[in-house]
Write a protein that binds this ligand. Structure first.
Ligand SMILES: [Cu+2]
Length: 491
């Protein structure tokens, strides 16, 4: 450990404290230090000052018929008559006020995924927020931030309510229009999967994990998608999507959101490599070229694509069983596939090299396991939620969670209420830690994540394979200095 590093880090942490006191809070210290790479600076509480503007939304949640482009129909959950819910687009610093009117015959809530709201409106029954009962309304109010590609989804009866419609995109534009990687055009692509009711005993996500299936086939890229599911993009089958029309040579931003309850997608572009600019909505220090992108449940990536001179081309998944996942683009004429020289996907590529781990104030070690039998429980350190041991943290601490996945499936672990930094992956400290709110661990992988305990409350920390979550792969981060919440017991 470099002494100079510690000194610098502690100085910056102190500076962060001063800034927080002086300005009422700002999400990242990084903007105050242009041109520096500061891996020891953790994301601050995203309380950008309210800019005086209020954006009001009314969400009427109902049951209703969904018609897909291939003629398939089902009874889903609608927000304002839409499947999935409407895209919300606001500016960082706006006060967002969303009233949810629950017209269902069952409770619901919404979770604002990637927005570090206050604990009582975080949407998790039994932990942070009581469910919105049938016939009742609830108003969520928060100052939008940090900027980036966020999303929202139900946190009640998740394996039913989420895939059947209670999710949508939440785009927060940077304050003052300060987009670090500008584009001339953009599109939001929300991936989801549907059809879980048809096969309730099946452990969805098994195939995309590259776990059991891959090992039994002797390694390599032998992954396939869960059987029985159909894949949707922006709420419809990809074959019904209108091509996204672009001009040759312009810069196009694609905001990719994986809202699937269990499936990962491994995406490539016919036109060759592209630039990854944001992970889970947070800008990278510099754009990273890639030839493919693996997006696990609940993850988001923003990429910049440069269209070819002409032609029809696709963003598509290379996972076996996901052949239908093709997003059409069109410039005029015909296109040749461009051989790609960019590196293939890994978190380490986004984090640029190997660094060293700074000191943490608190350290937890979690072993993720289970799932060896059909329908069996998933565990953290041998226990299934709600019997897992809560992680008790103290405001102001730098908390490190070390995780190892000792199971044969992947687990996209999501922390509520905070952004964290992936500080090491498979034993290698990263030189430029990756700011995210989901870290996907494939079979036998391990990592450390660090976060600053700066949002007192009770926060769910769980696998975003929603079936795994319901079967126990979850725990709670509890602040010792936060009063017990007055929420009812749930499930
Ligand atoms: Cu999992």
């Amino acid at each position: 450990m470099d002494d100079k590093l510690i000194t610098r880090r502690e100085f910056l942490m102190a500076l962060g404290g001063l800034v927080l006191i002086g300005l009422g809070g700002y999400p990242f210290i990084r903007p105050f230090l242009p041109g520096t790479v500061a891996p020891w600076v953790l994301p601050q509480k995203p309380t950008v000052p309210w800019n005086g503007s209020v954006k009001t939304f009314m969400f009427n949640v109902t049951r209703g018929n969904v018609s897909l482009g291939d003629g398939r129909q089902f009874s889903g959950y609608l927000i304002n008559g839409q499947f999935p819910g409407p895209t919300i687009r606001v500016r960082e610093g706006d006060k967002v006020r969303i009233t949810v009117n629950n017209h269902l015959d069952q409770p619901t809530t919404l979770h604002w995924h990637g927005v570090n709201v206050s604990s009582p409106i975080d949407g998790v029954p039994g932990i942070s927020q009581d469910p919105i009962k049938p016939g009742q309304s609830f108003t969520y109010e928060f100052v939008a931030g940090p900027s980036g590609t966020r999303w929202y989804h139900s946190h009640v009866f998740e394996m039913d309510q989420v895939p059947n419609g209670l999710f949508g995109a939440l785009i927060i534009e940077p304050a003052n229009g300060r987009e670090p990687y500008p584009a001339s055009r953009e599109a939001t692509l929300v991936f989801s999967s549907w059809g879980y009711q048809a096969n309730p005993g099946f452990d969805y996500g098994m195939q995309t994990s590259g776990g059991m299936g891959q090992m039994m086939m002797g390694g390599g890229n032998m992954v396939s998608s869960s059987q029985g599911l159909i894949h949707l993009i922006n709420g419809d089958v990809p074959s019904s999507l209108q091509p996204i029309t672009v001009r040759p040579g312009e810069k196009v931003r694609l905001r990719l959101i994986n809202a699937s309850a269990s499936e990962s997608y491994w995406l490539t572009l016919d036109t060759g490599h592209f630039l990854i600019t944001h992970a889970d909505g947070n800008p990278l220090d510099s754009p990273v070229p890639a030839s493919d992108l693996y997006i696990a449940p609940a993850e988001r990536y923003d990429i910049l694509v440069t269209p070819p001179q002409s032609g029809k081309w696709f963003l598509r998944s290379k996972i076996s069983g996901q052949e239908s996942v093709q997003v059409p683009f069109s410039t005029d004429g015909s296109v040749r596939a461009v051989p790609s020289s960019a590196p293939s996907w890994s978190y380490s590529n986004l984090a640029a090299g190997i660094g060293s781990l700074p000191r943490a104030d608190q350290h937890f070690s979690l072993t993720l396991s289970g799932g060896m039998m059909m329908g069996s429980n998933w565990t953290i350190n041998g226990a299934s939620y709600p019997n897992t041991t809560p992680l008790r943290v103290k405001t102001g601490d730098r908390v490190r969670i070390e995780m190892q996945n000792m199971s044969m499936m992947e687990h996209p672990m999501h922390l509520h209420g905070h952004s964290f930094e992936i500080t090491s992956f498979n034993g290698k400290p990263l030189s430029r830690p990756l700011v995210k709110d989901v870290v996907n661990l494939r079979p036998m992988e391990r990592c450390t994540i660090d976060f600053l305990a700066n949002n007192p409350g009770n926060w769910f920390f769980h696998c975003h394979n929603l079936q795994h979550m319901r079967n126990g792969l979850a725990t709670v981060i509890e602040y010792v200095d936060y009063p017990l919440p007055h929420v009812d017991k749930w499930m």
